[in-house]
Design a protein. Structure first.
Lengths: 483, 352
């Protein structure tokens, strides 16, 4: 019996070593690809005239879709801040998703709304629209009042009424950098085959906000927030840039993404049955366009910045990550036919299998690995020093990836200029690998259980346009799934 | 096994330390670079605006150093408006004599797209009149960023040769809008008009040129646009109707009124807007009849145009709002409400 158990444990150890080495190799490849992409971007940046994109009358106009649910106290200042964008030609479509508070009244009062006879320009099935309003004071604003149907449904209604060829879906508690839209639009203008592009999402905790703008960028006093700042840097600058460089990007954050309107309509709009509608849409765009034999260029752009508030406490953070993992599970479940399917090219053969193995099953496999290590010690199959060495190897690899992300940030963007910010990021890099990452593994593995508890597919989460300080930012943040 | 893992851990930790060192070194270097860059820009500013000297010395250094070229490219857009003709002439002379132009010319042939693009950008910012022929080949560059920067540089150079290069590129692989937006200046109008008169030009190119004339807004463009309103090509008529709204005179009123009856709804929609922006009061009856057009954009633009045409236009909107046609009434009611609210805001105490 002991021999059999020994063989099983040994086989599992071999599997874990193989799993770990593969994951390390992929992460290294992504970091290298990300580094090269950012170097290329830094070299190109001086020749890109973003200011011209903001001024030209022929710049592709953008419809900004802003779903709102129970945002009465903050909706007006949030829209005013959005309207101050430096971009030349855009409209903001606020979709009141059947709010139970005074969101619509606040909009009426703030912008002197008038009923308007607008015709939907796309045929998508959504909850009924109760009214469309325009503002004589702000001609770029359209407010749509509809029955409650969730964030994806609100986005679909916005999509139906959007006038412009590009649509920007923005999320709750987000602030756009003044030139962010121009930078994203550049990508569509320089490469007309672009279908969607995502910008970097950064954490606002600790920074100073003035007049709806991020006036001074700083790291936070909260270690939990700083660890997330670093996590986002690694996810966006390392992994996402790397995936984009390799032409295999399958996630654009719901907090900030720009899409070709017709492509989204052709793909059927946002999926109302998932909590991860942002990532699901990107994967569906890949799928439908490939099935139609059409080009599908989806990229990530590391410079246009959207700021979001990160959970400041562990409880909220855990809820947020649980939701992200459920979104990932639903997305992969819905498009499982693409995995390992050569019809979908690199997305089917590389990106999706990676997400299945290392992001979907990864947390469970990692936990089993920890369990096997403990069993090995208890049953005497492995010595303590070997296990400590393995742990040290895992942690040291994490250190390397974290410091590569900090170096990328310092090389390309320098958004955290002070030495104190830098030192906080270094401390976060250490803490992240000594407990935080392991905790997140447990949380993500637990999502398998919470999906079962919530009866699997289709649970709806409401998301607002912006959040009052201190409110729950769980639902409004992006998903840096890949680390 | 243990040794291998141990060595790997040690290598990782060493690599972490190296990376941490690189972060610190990078930060120190960039801090220092920002200080020197600010100094360089300040020196360039002083030399270019005449309060400092040493322009030749700075440009000679720039001919050898890319960091100085970057600083020059950063400061030029901020101060170029304040540089008088004499100083601009002096700058161009110095750029040529100190070898900077030759260096930029060499960089235009670089294998690296960023190097080619940055050279073209600086040539455009410097406004080197004879650089159009050098930048022109970059409009067909394999790199999209370089093509865009070349178009921008040619617009800044702003000569007839530059305009011709941009017009020629309209028939190529570049997205037409990226060229049209650059051609939309009075400097390009003579070249555009000459090309519009050419019998050999294709319909798509002529439509693009019509749009560029609209953005230029130069009254001399009207002569080129009027014949296009009678074109058999829909796109040409649409673009001409749109552009006459910014550069048309009384001479185009009849043609635009005729365009309100065009079978193509997009021509009607653009003609309506143009008649509104030109203030053609006698268009009111025709615009009023277009309030009931089957195309939403025609109804919307006709209503907007009527709101621009003073009491006659507002009276027509009021009639439509009270009329039987639900589609016309819908547009009229909305535009009247917006118009009324704006008038109230303008009349309110404290309004500017």
């Amino acid at each position: 019996m002991g021999v059999v158990v020994g063989h099983v444990v040994h086989a599992f150890d071999v599997f874990m070593v193989g799993y770990f080495v593969t994951l390390l190799a992929i992460n290294t490849a992504l970091a290298v690809a990300g580094w090269r992409a950012i170097e290329d971007y830094v070299r190109r940046r001086p020749m890109r005239d973003y200011a011209w994109v903001g001024r030209s009358p022929l710049t592709l106009p953008v419809s900004i879709l802003a779903p709102a649910y129970n945002e009465g106290p903050v909706i007006v200042p949030a829209i005013v801040a959005l309207m101050a964008s430096q971009f030349v030609n855009f409209e903001v479509i606020v979709v009141n998703d059947g709010s139970r508070d005074d969101t619509l009244e606040a909009l009426h009062k703030g912008f002197s709304l008038l009923p308007a006879g607008r015709v939907p320009r796309a045929n998508l099935v959504t909850k009924p629209v109760r009214g469309v309003y325009i503002s004589p004071d702000e001609p770029r604003l359209v407010v749509i009042d509809k029955e409650n149907g969730g964030k994806a449904d609100a986005l679909n209604v916005g999509l139906r009424y959007a006038r412009y060829p590009l649509v920007c879906a923005i999320d709750a508690d987000t602030l756009l950098d003044p030139g962010a839209l121009s930078r994203l639009v550049w990508e569509f203008q320089s490469s007309p085959d672009t279908v969607a592009t995502g910008g970097i999402v950064r954490i606002i905790n600790g920074s100073t906000i003035r007049d709806g703008r991020v006036a001074e960028v700083k790291t936070s006093r909260s270690l939990v927030a700083n660890v997330q700042i670093l996590e986002y840097l690694r996810a966006f600058l390392g992994a996402r840039v790397g995936w984009s460089r390799a032409g295999m990007l399958i996630i654009i954050s719901g907090a900030f993404g720009l899409f070709r309107r017709q492509a989204v309509i052709d793909a059927g709009g946002w999926d109302t049955r998932t909590v991860g509608e942002d990532a699901e849409l990107v994967l569906r765009l890949h799928r439908t366009r490939r099935e139609q034999g059409r080009e599908c260029r989806i990229t990530f752009f590391p410079d246009p910045i959207c700021w979001t508030e990160a959970p400041g406490d562990l409880k909220t953070l855990i809820r947020q990550r649980d939701r992200w993992q459920r979104g990932l599970t639903e997305m992969i479940g819905r498009h499982r036919a693409m995995a390992a399917n050569p019809r979908y090219g690199r997305i089917g053969l590389v990106a999706l299998p990676y997400f299945v193995i290392f992001e979907l099953f990864g947390p469970v496999i990692e936990l089993l690995g920890y369990g096997a290590l403990i069993s090995s010690i208890l049953f005497g199959f492995a010595s303590l020093d070997l296990i400590i060495l393995m742990m040290a190897l895992s942690i040291s690899c994490g250190f390397v990836l974290s410091f590569v992300a900090i170096l990328m940030e310092e090389r390309a963007f320098r958004r955290y200029p002070g030495w104190s910010c830098l030192s906080r990021l270094v401390i976060a890099a250490i803490v992240e690998n000594l407990g935080y990452r392991q905790l997140m593994t447990v949380v993500r593995a637990r999502a398998w259980w919470t999906i079962k508890k919530s009866n699997g597919w289709g649970e709806m989460t409401r998301t607002g346009f912006t959040q009052a300080p201190g409110s729950d930012p769980e639902t409004g943040s992006p998903a840096p799934i890949s680390t | 096994m243990r040794t291998a893992i141990g060595l790997f851990v040690i290598a990782n930790m060493a690599l972490t330390l190296v990376l941490a060192g690189m972060v610190v070194a990078r930060k120190l270097r960039r801090d220092a670079r920002e200080i020197t860059s600010a100094q360089h820009r300040s020196e360039f500013r002083a030399a270019l605006l005449g309060s400092g000297d040493g322009l030749d010395r700075l440009l000679r250094s720039a001919a050898r150093r890319t960091d100085l070229q970057s600083d020059l490219a950063r400061i030029l857009p901020l101060i170029i408006e304040g540089v008088d003709d004499q100083a601009a002439g002096k700058l161009i002379g110095a750029v040529r004599s100190c070898g900077l132009q030759a260096d930029l010319q060499r960089r235009l042939a670089s294998r690296r797209p960023a190097t080619r693009g940055r050279a073209a950008l600086l040539m455009g910012l410097l406004g080197l009149n004879d650089a159009a022929s050098l930048v022109r080949p970059l409009l067909a560059d394999p790199d999209p960023d370089v093509r865009l920067v070349a178009a921008g540089a040619l617009a800044r150079i702003g000569t007839g040769e530059a305009a011709t290069a941009l017009i020629d590129a309209l028939g190529g692989d570049m997205v037409p809008e990226r060229l049209i937006e650059r051609l939309g200046g009075t400097w390009a109008v003579p070249s555009i008009l000459a090309r519009l008169g050419s019998e050999t030009e294709g319909g798509g190119v002529r439509a693009s040129l019509a749009r560029a004339l609209g953005f230029a807004g130069d009254p001399s463009g009207e002569a080129g646009l009027l014949p296009l309103l009678a074109s058999v090509d829909d796109e040409e008529r649409i673009c001409a109707a749109r552009s006459l709204g910014t550069c048309g005179s009384t001479a185009c009123h009849d043609a635009l009124l005729g365009a309100l009856g065009d079978p193509e709804w997009e021509v009607r929609a653009q003609a309506a807007l143009s008649l509104g922006s030109l203030g053609v009061i006698r268009a009111v009856p025709l615009l009023e009849s277009n309030l009931a057009h089957q195309a939403w954009w025609v109804r919307a633009n006709a209503a907007s145009a009527l709101a621009e045409l003073g009491p006659d236009g507002l009276a027509a909107l009021t009639r439509a709002a009270e009329g039987d046609d639900a589609y016309a009434a819908e547009r009229a009611v909305e535009v009247l409400a917006v118009s009324r609210r704006r008038r109230l805001s303008a009349d309110a105490p404290g309004a500017a």
